[in-house]
Design a protein. Structure first.
Length: 320
């Protein structure tokens, strides 16, 4: 395309030479043609702020050749416009056309990349959500299964082979819980909203009691939101894993400053007080922080306490 435009300028110069410039010396004709080609190339490749000096220089050269013994007045101006102005404008047009095409291609590439990033982000969020629900729900159920198997193992009149089988079930449930935590811990996200399961906080307490846990609960009459559900489930799961058989105290109340406080506490022995990776509580703390809440974990002496707080007005999902 660029070579074709240059050839067109040369052809125009030859045509002008044949029609009007037959009395002009050849070297001056070549100077006009060179000036026209230079004007086009500079208009095509140089920015406007850099092309203007070149364009003016070409005008001066052409005018100098003309004033000496060639046209004057309108003839000189026409020659300058023909051999410098028009080629430069043609070059500018080609430059702007190329810039528009390049900008369009960049825009298409940017939109395509943006679409891929959005799709990738959505897929990662969905995978993380599924992994989080698997960790929370299955981890809780496996902890209760381990608790039931441990209680069955301690039944005095149970045959020895049944006690051994119960011990294997308990050990398998504990190992499965650990593997589950390792597999999905890094994929957990700060997703908030509705409770991840169909049951309520009261349902969690009832199921823990059915599994043999000693849970005392002081809950408000209104339904509690999804973040409260997650806090209670994680705390009960930790109590079942690290303090089996220990009494668990659960309390939820709203203070005068419209702050909902949920506290789950249980005694622990020295062997289990520092056990566990803490991945679930760490992820839960980040989740609550992103929604305007706080989570504190205290292990003082022989007692382990998890406390979560939300502003009821700011966070409907964690309050009433």
């Amino acid at each position: 395309m660029r070579n074709g435009a240059v050839l067109a300028i040369l052809a125009a110069g030859c045509l002008a030479n044949a029609v009007e410039l037959d009395t002009v010396p050849v070297w001056r004709q070549l100077a006009f043609v060179v000036a026209a080609v230079a004007a086009y190339l500079h208009g095509r490749h140089l920015p406007v702020r850099r092309a203007w000096p070149v364009f003016l220089a070409a005008v001066v050269v052409c005018a100098g050749f003309t004033v000496a013994d060639f046209w004057v007045g309108t003839g000189m101006l026409a020659a300058v416009a023909l051999f410098t102005g028009l080629p430069w404008l043609a070059g500018r047009f080609r430059r702007q056309q190329a810039e528009l095409v390049a900008a369009g291609r960049q825009r298409v590439a940017h939109l395509e990349r943006e679409r891929e990033l959005v799709a990738e982000h959505a897929a990662l969020r969905e995978r993380a959500r599924i992994a989080s629900e698997l960790h929370d729900a299955l981890g809780h159920e496996l902890a209760l299964l381990s608790l039931r198997a441990g209680a069955l193992e301690l039944v005095p009149d149970l045959p020895e082979r049944h006690q051994a089988a119960a011990a294997e079930v308990r050990a398998g449930a504990v190992a499965a819980t650990d593997r589950l935590r390792e597999a999905v811990g890094v994929l957990r996200e700060h997703d908030a909203g509705a409770p991840p399961a169909a049951d309520t906080v009261a349902d969690l307490v009832d199921r823990a009691r059915e599994a043999g846990m000693d849970v005392s609960a002081d809950l408000p009459p209104w339904p509690l939101g999804g973040d409260v559900h997650r806090v209670v489930r994680e705390a009960l799961t930790n109590a079942a894993r690290h303090a089996p058989g220990a009494p668990v105290s659960l309390r939820a109340n709203v203070a005068d400053d419209d702050t909902l406080e949920v506290t789950v506490s249980n005694p622990v022995n020295g062997a289990s007080a520092g056990r566990g990776s803490g991945t679930g509580l760490a992820t839960l703390r980040e989740r609550l922080r992103s929604s305007g809440g706080t989570l504190t974990v205290e292990s003082e002496g022989q007692r382990f306490t998890v406390t979560a707080r939300w502003s009821v007005r700011r966070r409907d999902g964690g309050g009433r």
